[in-house]
Design a protein around this ligand. Structure first.
Ligand SMILES: NC(=O)c1ccc[n+]([C@@H]2O[C@H](COP(=O)([O-])OP(=O)(O)OC[C@H]3O[C@@H](n4cnc5c(N)ncnc54)[C@H](O)[C@@H]3O)[C@@H](O)[C@H]2O)c1
Ligand SMILES: Nc1ncnc2c1ncn2[C@@H]1O[C@H](COP(=O)(O)OP(=O)(O)OP(=O)(O)O)[C@@H](O)[C@H]1O
Length: 578
């Protein structure tokens, strides 16, 4: 037996501490903990035998290596799954585009083949007759289909939104579904990206009805402007190295301004439900925008029904029939107006899975942290916004994806969800502590044992994250807030991580109960042991119009809405000796 080394009690204690500190971080699972505790018990009771110690230490080190390797495999799997989901999305988009192109080409190829058949076909043999007959049949089918499409398009213009015979097709609404069907035929299942609808001279839809009804989107330019001057400040290197000194670009106000290059023509108005004051304002705003500004107005189906109940005058208002058509909204809407509170802003953002038109939020809620515009002055506000330029805040969103442990491959992953405020992972109705293993770009962060965890955007820093003890962060600051909910530890302080990281939160296999994820306070999903939530910054931010500018609006909100650091001023009764 090899010579045995005595372990001093302090060494034993430090080993014990090492495993204790690993427990805090959720590094060591309960099984290995049990082993090491039992091993320690045996060591204390029996005379120290050096060979056993060495063996134990080697065993413990091997266990840690295995645990680390397993964790790395799990992390690699999660990031591979997230990446696969992203590639799948891009592939499907590309495939839809290619299909659409093929759809255009067969017609030409087919005509070429038909001509070829026609010239080669000779009626003096059976094959020739078939060759002659078949192309005519195919031609007839194509002509019939095109003719049907043409007559359908014409009928759209002759019907109003209620399917009745219209007296004047000029003002008849083209329901988004009709436009989108035409657009779908021209542009593929996933619709088209906004930049395609800006392309000059190449109408994105051939149908005459759709073209003259849905105008092309207004184009605009975003630029940095410093201290009020409207300069196109070009992005400079963040860090420059001159004469041995590393410097960063000078700090100047990075207010972003939106300047219309063509006048906006189509507006979407979203309203908070079950509010009489909102309904009244909506009716007034819609008629003013139609009469004075000659704009096209989209509203939700619920709102169109409410307006038509009020008066059939509102028949010009347009809407959609199902979620499929909502996906096309960003190709038609130049500006979104919300009438409600913060939740209505969150609702508006959630309607756009990709790029989001600028949002102008009128305050008709109770708090209204993100709704700076006063509804009483809606005419002046909208006048200046339609005119431009507009100071905007680009509010970044988090893209969240649930990765199920049971998922066999990346095709079983669920659709990513975008949040403007935050995603929370909490214990739901379970009475047990959560046990969430958190990773940042595959580096282990910590194990959250408490009521849960909030991953918040800087826009959401003044919402749930604030209530849980997180910092308030200016919405233009790029970052992700990592805020625990009632952590059962005296040392767990909130973090602010960079915007470029990918955060993965996995429900530990040792968790005593499931966890629940909720997205901007809604759509709760249960997470079982081993399930993970992968979050990263989404590519499309939510541009919200500022009353003054990003910083003034933010400071006004924390002063007026949250009464931040509101305190009686100390009375001044003359200078005093220090
Ligand atoms: N304990 C809490 O503070 C708590 C609990 C649950 C949800 N929330 C927040 O409510 C949001 C959902 O809002 P809702 O209006 O749909 O539900 P809601 O009607 O319950 O509103 C919750 C409150 O949060 C305020 N709020 C929302 N976003 C905000 C923001 N970015 N900054 C400051 N305040 C904000 C709203 O004005 C409202 O007063 C969630 O995203 C979450 O941030 C907070
Ligand atoms: N267009 C909409 N359709 C369906 N639900 C909506 C719509 N707009 C808002 N909501 C929901 O209605 C609820 C209340 O909306 P909102 O938060 O704007 O009003 P509020 O709570 O009175 O104002 P605040 O959020 O400022 O306190 C929110 O939970 C929101 O998700």
């Amino acid at each position: 037996m090899s010579s045995m080394k005595t372990i001093s009690p302090s060494q034993l204690k430090s080993n014990g501490n090492a495993s204790a500190s690993q427990q805090e971080n959720g590094f060591v699972d309960s099984l290995s903990l049990l082993h090491s505790e039992r091993a320690v018990q045996e060591l204390i009771q029996e005379p120290l035998v050096q060979g056993t110690d060495d063996h134990l230490i080697e065993f413990s080190e091997a266990m840690q290596t295995v645990a680390k390797a397993l964790r790395q495999v799990a992390e690699a799997k999660a990031s591979a799954q997230a990446e696969a989901a992203e590639w799948k999305r891009k592939y499907e988009l590309e495939r839809a585009r290619n299909l659409q192109l093929e759809h255009k080409v067969p017609g030409n190829e087919l005509w070429a083949k038909l001509q070829n058949w026609w010239t080669r076909a000779s009626p003096d043999n059976a094959v020739g007759i078939i060759r002659l007959f078949l192309p005519c049949l195919v031609c007839w089918e194509i002509w019939k289909e095109r003719n049907e499409q043409g007559s359908e398009a014409l009928s759209f213009g002759e019907q109003n939104g209620n399917g009745e015979k219209a007296d004047n097709t000029e003002d008849q609404p083209v329901l988004l579904n009709q436009a989108s069907e035409q657009s779908e035929k021209c542009c593929g299942k996933n619709g088209i990206c906004s930049h395609e609808v800006l392309r000059d001279g190449e109408p994105y839809c051939n149908s005459s009805v759709v073209q003259n009804k849905i105008m092309r989107k207004a184009s605009f330019k975003l630029s940095w402007c410093c201290k009020g001057e409207k300069s196109d400040q070009h992005k400079r290197d963040v860090v420059s190295f001159e004469r041995g000194n590393i410097t960063t670009a000078e700090r100047s106000s990075k207010q972003i301004a939106l300047k219309w290059e063509s006048p906006p023509q189509t507006l979407l108005i979203l309203t908070k439900p079950n509010s009489t004051s909102v309904r009244i304002l909506c009716a007034k705003m819609v008629s003013w925008l139609k009469e004075q500004k000659k704009l096209y107005i989209f509203v939700e189906p619920r709102v169109r029904v409410e307006l038509l109940k009020e008066s059939s005058y509102f028949n010009f208002v347009q809407t959609w029939q199902d979620d499929e058509e909502v996906l096309l909204l960003h190709t038609k809407v130049d500006l979104v107006v919300t009438l409600g509170g913060d939740g209505t802003v969150l609702w508006a953002a959630s309607m756009f899975k990709g790029s989001v038109p600028p949002i102008v939020s009128f305050s008709l809620g109770s708090l209204g942290f993100m709704t700076p515009f006063h509804s009483e002055q809606y005419r002046d506000c909208l006048d200046s916004i339609l005119q431009g330029p507009i100071n905007i805040t680009l509010r970044h969103r988090l893209q969240c994806q649930v990765i199920r442990e049971a998922a066999k491959n990346e095709y079983e992953t669920e659709e990513p969800i975008l949040v403007l405020n935050e995603v929370t992972i909490d214990r739901g109705i379970s009475s047990f502590l959560t046990n969430l293993e958190c990773y940042c770009d595959n580096s282990f962060v910590t194990c959250v044992q408490g009521d849960g965890l909030i991953l918040s955007t800087t826009s959401g820093s003044t919402a749930y994250s604030l209530a849980a003890g997180g910092s308030m962060v200016h919405p233009q600051v790029p970052g992700i807030l990592f805020t625990p909910i009632c952590p059962h530890s005296l040392s767990f302080r909130p973090l602010i991580l960079p915007e470029h990281v990918t955060i993965r939160v996995q429900v530990s296999f040792n968790s005593r109960g499931p966890a629940w994820a909720s997205f901007d306070g809604k759509d709760r999903k249960q997470l079982a042991a081993g399930d993970a939530l992968v979050c990263s910054m989404a590519t499309c931010p939510v541009p919200t119009a500022c009353l003054v500018d990003s910083t003034s609006d933010f400071l006004r909100s924390i002063h007026e809405d949250l009464h931040w650091n509101l305190r009686k001023t100390q009375s001044f009764d003359g200078p005093r000796d220090p």
